[in-house]
Design a protein around this ligand. Structure first.
Ligand code: COA
Length: 167
């Protein structure tokens, strides 16, 4: 049985915190999932390459221009949310472990991250058919400004992606 605080079950609370190195194996598992990779589309070439994953994560964790937060759901590691500057524009990105999908975790985590990162405008991108991610962005006030084409590693071909802005 979970405790109730302000009408919410404690074990349903979404929180952000700094990433701990011990979160990385969980993130790696999340990023291995084939369905998640299909959705996200613009993924790393080989999500099963643990060494490349660790190298990449240690590099971004050391980069102060890339604020990364671990998403907790009821205290469990449920995903990650981050932003980075690409061509002068700060873009947000997030990934929720499949076991945690469909519980408004991404929507809530992005809302918390938008309080944490006050810089505006912010940008985001989602494969045009990643309806979940598009909904998460729209619910947080992002608006589509363009459609672009790019090579999606997870699909092995060029696909359309929607570009979003939050002013
Ligand atoms: C996309 C993703 C972030 C959604 O996370 P989530 O915590 O399940 O999302 P939420 O529960 O907050 O759902 C938000 C909305 O999207 C909808 N949604 C979620 N997944 C969906 C899907 N696969 N298809 C259609 N709608 C979906 C929900 O119904 C909800 O809409 P509603 O509030 O109108 O009912 C998650 O599936 C994920 O991490 N996928 C893999 C990585 C990825 O795609 N990252 C984003 C890269 S751009």
């Amino acid at each position: 049985m979970s405790k109730m605080i302000a009408g919410k079950h404690v074990n349903q609370v979404v929180q952000l915190r700094e990433v701990e190195v011990s979160d990385l194996p969980t993130f790696f598992e999340f990023h291995l999932d084939p369905e998640a990779n299909q959705m996200a589309a613009f993924t790393r070439k080989d999500p099963s390459n643990r060494e490349a994953f660790d190298r990449h994560w240690h590099k971004i964790l050391a980069d102060e221009s890339i604020p990364i937060q671990t998403i907790l759901f009821g205290g469990q590691v449920a995903g990650s949310v981050l932003s980075y500057v690409m061509d002068g524009e700060r873009e947000v990105s997030y990934w929720i472990g499949k076991a945690f999908w469909g519980r408004a975790i991404a929507t809530r985590a992005l809302a918390l991250y938008l309080d944490f990162i006050t810089e505006r405008p912010l940008y985001a991108r989602a494969a045009k058919d990643n309806l979940g991610s598009i909904r998460v962005l729209e619910k947080n006030g992002f608006k589509v400004i363009a459609t672009e084409k790019g090579f999606a590693n997870a699909r092995g071909k060029e696909i359309e992606e929607s570009v979003f802005i939050l002013d």
